[in-house]
Design a protein around this ligand. Structure first.
Ligand code: ATP
Ligand code: MG
Ligand code: MG
Ligand code: MG
Length: 471
């Protein structure tokens, strides 16, 4: 029988427990001792102070399955979701850690044994990358795995050199890739089309062996350490013989529920919408369970963006009634045993999603009314001026993809160029304005998010509220 996500998580942790690693439960998504970070985005984050020597380790070796969010800041995969086979905003990172205990040879041996013996992956489907000058790693991969030279790819970019910051622990990485077959577009790592989905990175092994000094020089760490991260959903796809993460058992359940509630099959653009909904349901629910509430700033703003992106896609599926909060029971059923906080917070998650969905529905109603006033002025099959769509977006917070979608359904078109132009002009005005007494510092990250995604996306509701139209 094929292993489920829940089986694979257990199998990974037991493999390392048998090799004297202490199993550590996932830390919350809100970084406990790192205010510079939005959310925990890797398995090593809770152990940062151990790697820098500020805290003593709970054991010389550890293993965990860590909840991660990559939807803002340095790692932002939000816009990839729904469109690549391998990215989520929320995912689980399986990892093994050595705090000054074993190093490169044992890390490579464990990784190879887990993949090819415990998980029985065909070695011919695997290839690895190393940092270009890491001859030691090259020799271990040859000795332990017997990989031919062309399957040990040397990479000279920062993709294969990890550092915690400008100073402190750093070192080369070695990544393990799985070849999903030649009928899928994409080239091997290091090639011009490496961003395709044929060769998928499943595991990153970081060899922390240097201590970067303020002058840029690197000293050898007296006790080098190991940090590894394996994407749970990616390894599940490999072990379940499917290409996309969205085909694994857990996502089949979530997407199945979304299809059933909307009555829209997974076809064409609708398939991507279902994937986005399933993914964002997970990130929103786990964030709410860990105490984040939707708001117009900080972490709550990122949560609101994720929730509204899902709602936007639910709207394109023609969902009349709020959808997201009705998917929560399926999520809790699938993941509640491994993450009891989901069970405890089920009521809160449902209420938070429903409230946000109701607000969004009001926004949609109003936007669609305004849009029909505009289209009434157009001849049949006409084109809506970009300025009009921009006004809907800028003043009322009505997302442009919904405008486009509504227009398409009524046989109209949108002047996208005009919209982009109006958008660029507005950005220019905002930039000019922020030069007066603007401050960077701690808020920088929020400005970056606003910059990437439009500053007023969520102001629509605030505007309506201010004018007394929404309670
Ligand atoms: P990619 O190059 O595919 O974006 P990455 O190099 O950014 O991945 P790492 O930072 O090395 O990823 O994280 C360790 C592992 O976590 C990866 O090897 C991958 O298996 C998994 N992973 C990373 N980002 C995601 C994501 N957005 N969704 C699901 N799994 C992920
Ligand atoms: Mg990435
Ligand atoms: Mg990568
Ligand atoms: Mg990587």
């Amino acid at each position: 029988m094929t292993a489920t996500v829940n089986d694979i998580r257990r199998q990974f942790l037991s493999f390392f427990e048998e090799r004297e690693h202490k199993v550590i439960p996932s830390a919350p998504l809100l970084p406990q001792s790192d205010p510079t970070l939005l959310f925990v985005n890797a398995g090593m984050v809770p152990f940062k102070n151990i790697f820098t020597g500020k805290e003593t380790p709970p054991a010389p070796r550890a293993t965990s399955s860590q909840k991660c969010i990559r939807a803002g800041g340095k790692h932002n995969d939000l816009d990839n979701v729904g469109y690549t086979a391998r990215h989520h905003t929320f995912f689980e990172m399986l990892g093994n850690f050595s705090f000054g205990d074993y190093f490169k040879e044992e890390a490579i041996k464990n990784a190879w044994d887990l993949c090819t013996k415990e998980f029985a992956i065909d070695p011919a489907k695997l290839l690895v990358t190393i940092y270009h000058d890491d001859d030691e790693a090259f020799d271990f991969w040859k000795k332990i795995a017997g990989l031919p030279d062309e399957k040990i790819i040397r990479i000279a970019t920062s993709d294969n050199f990890w550092s915690m910051g400008d100073t402190g622990p750093c070192g080369p990485c070695s990544e393990i890739f799985y070849d999903h077959g030649e009928d899928i577009p994409g080239g091997p790592p290091g090639s011009p089309d490496e961003d395709g989905d044929r060769f998928i990175e499943i595991w990153n092994l970081v060899f922390m062996q240097f201590d970067q000094q303020p002058d840029g020089s690197r000293e050898n760490l007296p006790k080098p350490s190991i940090d590894t991260g394996m994407g749970m959903e990616r390894i599940a796809a490999v072990l379940q013989g499917v290409h996309s993460n969205y085909e694994i058992d857990l996502f089949r359940k979530l997407i199945g529920a979304s299809v059933e509630l909307t009555g829209r099959p997974e076809q064409g653009e609708d398939a991507a919408a279902h994937r986005v909904i399933a993914d964002h349901l997970r990130s929103s629910s786990f964030l709410i369970a860990d105490g984040v509430t939707p708001s117009n700033e900080g972490r709550g703003y990122v949560l609101r963006r994720i929730m509204r992106r899902a709602m936007r896609y639910a709207a394109t599926l023609g969902a009349k009634d709020p959808l997201m909060h009705r998917l929560v029971p399926t999520l809790v059923e699938e993941m509640g045993a491994a993450y009891p906080e989901l069970q405890r917070a089920e009521g809160l998650i449902t209420d938070t999603l429903r409230l946000e969905e109701e607000k969004f529905a009001d926004l949609l109603d109003r936007g669609l009314k305004l849009l029909s006033e505009e289209t009434a002025k157009l001849p049949a099959g006409g084109t809506l001026p970009g300025q009009a769509a921009f006004k809907l977006y800028d003043t009322y917070g009505f997302p442009v993809d919904l405008t486009e979608d509504a227009l398409r359904r009524q046989g109209f078109r949108l002047d996208t160029e005009g919209f982009e132009k109006a958008m660029a002009e507005q950005k220019e005005r905002a930039r000019a304005a922020s030069n007066f007494g603007g401050q960077a510092g701690d808020d920088k990250v929020w400005y970056e998010i606003a910059d990437q995604h439009g500053p007023t996306e969520f102001l629509g509701y605030t505007h309506l509220k201010a004018s007394g139209q929404v309670q």
